[in-house]
Design a protein around this ligand. Structure first.
Ligand code: GDP
Length: 464
C-alpha cells in the first residue's frame, strides 16, 4: 500500500480515496500476463523512492512509482489517489469473481487486444462483461513491436506502425465496441488517444503498447490514473477506519494455518481479531480472524517463512485471512467485518448477496453449475442473452442431486447440466448416463454455450 495510507493506528473516521482496483482482461495469448509482468517489472526497476509492496492476489503500484515510470506525463501533485492496485490473475473469469454487490469489484479495466489478431471471442466476452458491469476500461493494443515498421529505438511509433495498428484495432473497435456498448460511450475513440494521453477526454482510449519492450507502458499508466481520477472518485472514497468489506479471491490451504482465504479488501479495515462473516457454499459462515498474512519479500522467506502476520489491513489491499471454519468458503463470495453492528444484520447482508446469484427458477430449463459466484453470474447472464432457460444455477461440482433435477425436465434439450470450471462427481456421471442426462463442461464460457447450442441444433435437425 502507498505510504500515505493509514493502516491501523488512525482513530479518526474520515473518507479517504483508496487505491483503484484494476483488472486485466482479453483473449487468451493476447498478452495479459506479459503486460502485468511488464508493469510489475517497471515498478520494481523504477521504484526507488516508494517500493512496490507484497500483497496477496494483487500488486500495488504507488503514485510516486507511477510518476517515475510515466515521467513528465504524471505529476503526483495532480492526483489524490494513492496509486493503482493490479489484480494478479488476469482474465474475465477472475474479473467476474471480483464482485461487490450490484457490480464489479474492479474499478477500472485494461482490455488487452493483440494488434495482429484483433477482436476474438474472449475479447467480445470481456467487453460484454465490462459493459454489463459498467466498468470503465481502456484498450491496450498490444504487441506493437511485431508490427512491420516498428522502430524500437524511437519512443514514438512510426507512422507506418500507427497506421497498421489503427487499421486493425480501430476497425475492430468500430465494428464491435459500438454495437456492444451502445450509448455507454458517446465519445469518438481512436488510436489518436496515443497522442492525447494528457487530456483524458475519452471513455475508451486505445493505447498502443508492447508488453515485450515496455513501449507505451508509461502512457497506459498515465491514462489509467487519469481515468480513475476522473470517473471513480465517488466509489473510491471510503472510510478506511470503518468495518471492512471484501471479496474472496480463492480458498487456499496455508501451512500452519489450515484453510485460509485470499481476499481483496475494497472498503474499511480488517483487524487480526475481528469477527467476520464469509459467504460459504451452505450459506454465511461466522468466524473470527486468527491471523492476517502478507507474503514476505523473497530475500526474507528463507529465514523468516513465507508470510508475516500483520495487525490490520485497510482498503484497497489483498490479504490472506486465517480463521476457523473456512472449509466451505467460496471464491467470489463476500466478506464482512461485523464491527459494531448486530451480527444478524451482517449475516443477512451476506445472505442477500449470495441469494442474488444462486438461481432457482422452478421453470423448465437447464441446470447450471460453476466454480465461483462470479463465473456463475457470468454464465447465467450469457445463457439469458442466448435465451437458454435455467431451472437452477449454483456454485459447486456436478453432483447426483443435479442429475435428479435435470432428469425431471420435459424437453430433452433441458435434460442437461452445464458446468463451468467444475468437476463431475463419479456417481453423478453414472447416474446421468443411466437417466439420459447430458453433461457439458468447459472452462471457457462461450465454448460451453457453443457446444450446448450445437447439440440442440443437431437434435433438432435429427428430428426433422
Ligand atoms: P495471456 O494468455 O493473455 O496472458 O498472454 P501471455 O502474456 O501469456 O502472452 C502470450 C504470448 O505472447 C507469449 O508468448 C508472450 O511472450 C507473447 N507476447 C505478449 N505480449 C507481447 C508483445 O507485446 N510483443 C511480443 N512480441 N510478444 C508478446
Amino acid at each position: 500500500m502507498a505510504d500515505s495510507q493509514p493502516t491501523d493506528t488512525d482513530d479518526e473516521s474520515e473518507a479517504t480515496l483508496r487505491t483503484p482496483i484494476v483488472a486485466v482482461l482479453g483473449h487468451v495469448d493476447h498478452g495479459k500476463t506479459s503486460l502485468l509482468d511488464e508493469i510489475r517489472g517497471s515498478a520494481v526497476t523504477e521504484g526507488e523512492s516508494g517500493a512496490i509492496t507484497q500483497h496477496i492476489g494483487a500488486t500495488a503500484v504507488p503514485l510516486d512509482v507511477i510518476s517515475e515510470i510515466a515521467g513528465e506525463l504524471v505529476d503526483p501533485t495532480d492526483f489524490d489517489l494513492p496509486g493503482l492496485l493490479f489484480i494478479d490473475t488476469p482474465g474475465h473469469h477472475s474479473f467476474s469473481t471480483l464482485r461487490s454487490r450490484g457490480g464489479a469489484l474492479a474499478d477500472i479495466a485494461i482490455l488487452v487486444v493483440d494488434v495482429n489478431d484483433g477482436f476474438q471471442p474472449q475479447t467480445l466476452e470481456a467487453v460484454d462483461i465490462l459493459a454489463r458491469t459498467q466498468t470503465p476500461f481502456i484498450v491496450a493494443a498490444n504487441k506493437i513491436d511485431t508490427v512491420p515498421g516498428w522502430n524500437p529505438n524511437d519512443h514514438a511509433p512510426t507512422q507506418q506502425t500507427i497506421d497498421a495498428q489503427t487499421d486493425r484495432v480501430e476497425r475492430d473497435l468500430n465494428e464491435n465496441l459500438y454495437e456492444l456498448i451502445g450509448d455507454l460511450s458517446d465519445n469518438d475513440f481512436s488510436a489518436d488517444m496515443y497522442w492525447r494521453v494528457q487530456d483524458f477526454q475519452n471513455n475508451i482510449g486505445v493505447v498502443p503498447v508492447s508488453a515485450e519492450t515496455g513501449e507505451g507502458i508509461p502512457d497506459l499508466l498515465t491514462v489509467m490514473m487519469g481515468l480513475s481520477q476522473r470517473y471513480m472518485k465517488e466509489e473510491m472514497a471510503v472510510d478506511v477506519n470503518g468495518p471492512a468489506a471484501g471479496t474472496v479471491l480463492e480458498v487456499t490451504d496455508t501451512q500452519g494455518f489450515g484453510t485460509t482465504v485470499d481476499a481483496i479488501i475494497y472498503d474499511g479495515t480488517i483487524r487480526a481479531d475481528d469477527e467476520i462473516v464469509v459467504g460459504g457454499v451452505e450459506g454465511p459462515i461466522v468466524t473470527e480472524v486468527r491471523a492476517l498474512l502478507r507474503p514476505r519479500p523473497l530475500e526474507e522467506i528463507r529465514t523468516e517463512g513465507q508470510f508475516e502476520q500483520v495487525d490490520a489491513v485497510a482498503a484497497a489491499d489483498g490479504i490472506k485471512i486465517a480463521a476457523p471454519d473456512l472449509d466451505d468458503a467460496m471464491a467470489g463470495a463476500p466478506i464482512r467485518v461485523v464491527g459494531d453492528r448486530d451480527v444478524d444484520d451482517v449475516i443477512e447482508e451476506v445472505q442477500a448477496e449470495l441469494a442474488d446469484i444462486a438461481v432457482q427458477t422452478g421453470e423448465e430449463g437447464v441446470v447450471v453449475k460453476a466454480d465461483t459466484l462470479g463465473s456463475l453470474e457470468a454464465l447465467a447472464s450469457t445463457l439469458e442473452a442466448e435465451e437458454i432457460p435455467i431451472v437452477r444455477a449454483e456454485v459447486g461440482d456436478i453432483a447426483p442431486r443435479d442429475v435428479r433435477v435435470a432428469e425431471t425436465a420435459n424437453e430433452v434439450k433441458h435434460r442437461t447440466i452445464l458446468g463451468f470450471g467444475v468437476e463431475t462427481l463419479d456417481d453423478a456421471s453414472d447416474l446421468a448416463e443411466q437417466e439420459g442426462v447430458r453433461i457439458f463442461d468447459h472452462d471457457v464460457i462461450y465454448r460451453l454455450v457453443e457446444e450446448y447450442e450445437e447439440y440442440v441444433e443437431e437434435r433438432e435437425r435429427a428430428q426433422q
